[in-house]
Ligand binder design. Structure first.
Ligand SMILES: Nc1nc2c(ncn2[C@@H]2O[C@H](COP(=O)(O)OP(=O)(O)OP(=O)(O)O)[C@@H](O)[C@H]2O)c(=O)[nH]1
Ligand SMILES: [Mg+2]
Length: 486
């Protein structure tokens, strides 16, 4: 174990002890909202808070439905160095302008304090009746960085180059791969070459991000969002086609050193400050987008989640276990944007997600956590209806497509409502995982999802806008914090 690791974890013991001491007064749940880029983290956090503050319809969130929650308010967050989550800005965009939030570019945090009355007399006399819920939002790009913690430079290089050579990505990566082929990794280190390789590699990452690839990101996450590390050696490296670290003084050694610096300067502190202290976790997965893009995307998504979540296992398997890392005792895997399919398909969506996260969930169980899988929509942008096709009545969804979305060659302006039949999800989740032979089964499902604008909110007779509609946000809340309000 390196010295940096020891100091890291000593710091963490102190941080966790300090948090625990504070909890004598008001208990705190640090909720991890985890998800790849565009999975729906920012919308989820905004909708959760909005519903609690504005009296949303949450019948399955028991403490709330039975009237035991007196109040939910935003309070100053505990970490002074982290910007505040722009809750008000996101709500305004969603509710007033009917716009989704922009992709998140930096980390932010928010504390919601819930004042409640326990259901039992004993708990009422022993406990304070207040609970802090601390939530952190960050760019999904950064999540895949966690997978680097368990990988050497050589392992990471091999996997990254393999992914770059796949299918449509190959064209984005061509210039970078050609430069790699021409470079001699065993030759003496060369700053100019290192910069050129890093720049071409970054161009490739950028091209993938703008593509409609569901796993549109590839670590290192900071290459596209460098912040104040821009231009530093820790951000000036690239995978190399090598099978060992190379001789001292070589280009390969230089890249290995920088890769390790990236892990120490960027990834480790991010994990330590925001993930090692979590109590509960919700993992948001845009399952429908992956299904829409076919089997390769589903396989990519599965691998990305398993690799990312293995960082948590790595944490708990540490020799300082129990002393240092908080134990996550509940994990909810949620298929987001479930309002894109009819409710009759929600069970199937859950079954498919359960299959995608099987490996990742196994690791979580290993650490003794309760695991649940759910299909949800943080903000429900559609309602249900039926369309008639060849005298057959099909369950459909009705919503306003985002400006620029196209359906059957027709381009939408963001003002027109339509009813669509998105297709049925298959009963058997395995059709997305079986070997090539069965690939027809997937194309036959003929799924078709379009992006909708946030909903027009209903108003009460007094002119008050109602809270954001959702699907099963209340069940998610019940699982994630319900027991702490009992
Ligand atoms: N219909 C529908 N669309 C949703 C929902 N949640 C998210 N979306 C869509 O998904 C997009 C991404 O959601 P975000 O919450 O910004 O995703 P994120 O995980 O914060 O993404 P990054 O900030 O890039 O990491 C939004 O712009 C919406 O188009 C939902 O509940 N229903
Ligand atoms: Mg976001």
């Amino acid at each position: 174990m390196r010295l940096s690791t020891i100091t890291d974890e000593t710091g963490l013991v102190l941080a966790n002890l300090a948090t625990r001491a504070g909890e004598v007064f008001t208990p705190t749940i640090r909720l991890g909202v985890t998800g790849l880029a565009r999975a729906g983290k920012t919308v989820f956090i905004t909708a959760l808070i909005h519903n609690l503050i504005h009296g949303g319809r949450l019948p399955l969130f028991r403490a709330y439905a039975s009237g035991r929650i007196a109040d939910a308010t935003l309070e100053p967050q505990p970490d002074d160095a982290v910007p505040r989550f722009d809750y008000e800005g996101h709500v305004e965009a969603l509710v007033d302008d009917r716009l989704w939030p922009d992709s998140t570019r930096r980390i932010s945090e928010l504390r919601l304090t819930i004042t409640f009355e326990s259901a039992s007399y004993l708990a009422r006399t022993l406990r304070s009746g207040r609970l802090h819920l601390d939530i952190v939002d960050y760019p999904g790009e950064w999540l895949l960085d966690l997978a680097l913690m368990n990988q050497t430079f050589v392992e990471w290089s091999r996997a990254a180059i393999e992914r770059a050579r796949l299918g449509s990505r190959h064209s984005h990566a061509a210039a970078w791969l050609a430069k790699l082929d021409a470079a001699d990794a065993r030759a003496p280190e060369d700053e100019t070459l290192a910069r050129e390789l890093a720049a071409l590699f970054t161009d490739y990452l950028r091209a993938r991000r703008s593509d409609d690839d569901p796993i549109s990101t590839e670590p290192p996450g900071r290459f596209l969002m460098p912040g104040d590390l821009a231009g530093s050696p820790a951000l000036t490296f690239s995978p190399l086609d090598i099978d060992n670290d190379g001789p001292p003084g070589s280009l390969a050694r230089m890249m290995v050193r920088r890769y390790e610096s990236y892990k120490n300067v960027v990834v480790r502190p991010f994990f330590r400050d925001h993930f090692a202290r979590l109590d509960r976790q919700i993992v948001l997965v845009d399952t429908l987008h992956a299904l829409n893009s076919g089997k390769t995307s589903v396989a990519d998504l599965e691998a990305a989640l398993a690799a990312t979540l293995s960082a948590f296992k790595h944490g708990t398997a540490n020799w300082l276990t129990g002393l240092v890392l908080r134990r996550i005792d509940r994990i909810l895997f949620a298929a987001t944007k479930a309002d894109h399919v009819h409710h009759e398909d929600h069970d199937r969506l859950e079954a498919i997600l359960a299959r995608i996260v099987e490996r990742a969930a196994e690791q979580a169980k290993f650490a003794g956590a309760d695991v649940e899988v759910l299909a949800l929509a943080s903000v429900r942008a559609t309602r249900e209806g039926t369309v008639t096709r060849a005298s057959e009545r099909l369950p459909s969804i009705v919503g306003t497509p985002l400006p620029g979305e196209t359906v059957d060659g027709r381009v939408f302006d963001g003002k027109t409502e339509i009813a669509v039949f998105p297709g049925d999800l298959p009963d058997d989740p395995d059709v997305f995982f079986d070997a090539a032979g069965k690939s027809d089964a997937v194309s036959q499902t003929n799924l078709r999802f379009i992006r909708f604008r946030p909903p027009q909110l209903e108003r009460t007779a007094e002119g008050l806008t109602l809270s954001l509609p959702h699907i099963r946000l209340d069940r998610a809340l019940e699982f994630l914090i319900g027991d702490r309000l009992a």
